[in-house]
Design a protein. Sequence first.
Length: 55
Amino acid sequence: MNILLILVPVSLALGAMWLAWFIWALKHDQFEDLEGDANRILFDEDDKPRPDPKG
């Protein structure tokens, strides 16, 4: 039963840290463009042929 004296404050602290991170992410527009990364991974611009280094 004494373990609850440790686990309850630890879980509340972790929950508060997660909530603070989530609010920070919302305020800094981290969830603004959900489709952009999914599309960028499919269409890589590095697939263009490289110029011939000999000339």
